[in-house]
Design a protein around this ligand. Structure first.
Ligand code: DX5
Ligand code: ZN
Length: 222
C-alpha cells in the first residue's frame, strides 16, 4: 500500500500561499489537499477555481480537491480544467452519488467519496466499485483545527477490514484533527492517505512536513 502525506492548505498563510506550498513540496509532501467550501454544505466559504488555477503553476504535485459543496456535479469538469488530480465529493451533498462519481471517472481524474462522521459505512454498499479512495472525515467538516472524533478509529478499522476481506486495494484518507498524538492511531487503524492542516502549517511547515512524513514512512516499514 502506498502511504501519502497531503498537507491541507486551509491552514496555510494565504498571503504567501505559493511559498507555503513550495516549502511542503520540497520537504516531502505527496499531494496538496485543497478544501473547497461553498457556505451551504458547510457554513464557511473558503476558495475556488481561480485560486486552484493560480497555484497549479507552482508545482506538479497531485492536487487532492475535497469538495464540501452541495450538488458538486455542477463543477466537476471545471475543477479538472483547473488542475485537480483527485476529486472527492461528499455522499451527503448530492441525491445521485453514483452518477456524480461516474462523472468524475469520465473526467479522467481519481475518484474520491467522503463520509461525514455521522454517515454510516453502509453508504458505501454498491458504491465501492466506483471509487479509488474513501475519505473518512474525522471531524465534522467546515473548519480546520478541530479535535479528532474518537469514534473515527473504529470506522477506519472497519473500512480497512472490509477492503482487505474484499481484496480491494482501497485508499483510505483521513481528514480532520490529525496531529502528533492522533497520527499513530489513524495509521495503525488502516488509513494510508493522511491530511494534516494545522499540524503542518502552524509553526514551521517545512520541519513539520519532514517530521510527519518520516513518521508515516516508519509506520510503512513496520
Ligand atoms: C475540514 C477540512 C480539513 C481541514 C483539516 O473541514 O476538510 O481538510 O483543513 O484541518 P486540521 O488538520 O487542522 O484539522
Ligand atoms: Zn479536507
Amino acid at each position: 500500500m502506498e502511504y501519502r502525506l497531503h498537507p491541507s492548505i486551509l491552514a496555510a498563510d494565504f498571503k504567501s500561499l505559493g511559498n507555503e506550498i513550495e516549502s511542503v513540496v520540497h520537504s516531502g509532501a505527496d499531494g496538496i489537499h485543497i478544501d473547497v467550501m461553498d457556505g451551504d454544505f458547510v457554513p464557511q466559504i473558503s476558495f475556488g477555481m481561480p485560486v486552484i488555477r493560480s497555484i497549479r503553476d507552482a508545482t506538479d504535485i497531485p492536487f487532492d480537491v475535497h469538495l464540501m459543496v452541495n450538488n458538486p456535479e455542477r463543477y466537476i469538469e471545471e475543477f479538472v480544467r483547473c488542475g485537480a488530480d483527485i476529486i472527492t465529493i461528499h455522499s451527503e451533498a448530492t441525491r445521485d452519488v453514483e452518477n456524480a462519481l461516474k462523472q468524475i471517472r469520465r473526467a479522467g481524474v481519481k475518484v474520491g467519496l467522503a463520509l461525514n462522521p455521522g454517515t454510516s459505512l453502509s453508504t458505501l454498499d454498491y458504491l465501492l466499485d466506483e471509487v479509488d479512495m474513501v475519505l473518512l472525515m474525522t471531524v465534522n467538516p467546515g473548519f480546520g483545527g478541530q479535535k479528532y472524533i474518537e469514534s473515527s478509529t473504529r470506522k477506519i478499522k472497519a473500512l480497512r477490514e472490509r477492503a482487505i476481506s474484499e481484496g480491494r486495494d482501497l485508499d483510505i484518507e483521513v481528514d480532520g484533527g490529525v496531529t502528533r498524538e492522533t497520527l499513530p492511531v489513524v495509521l495503525e487503524s488502516g488509513a494510508n492517505i493522511i491530511v494534516m492542516g494545522s499540524a503542518i502549517f502552524r509553526g514551521d511547515a517545512s520541519e513539520n512536513t519532514k517530521k510527519y512524513k518520516s513518521e508515516i514512512l516508519k509506520h510503512r516499514e513496520g
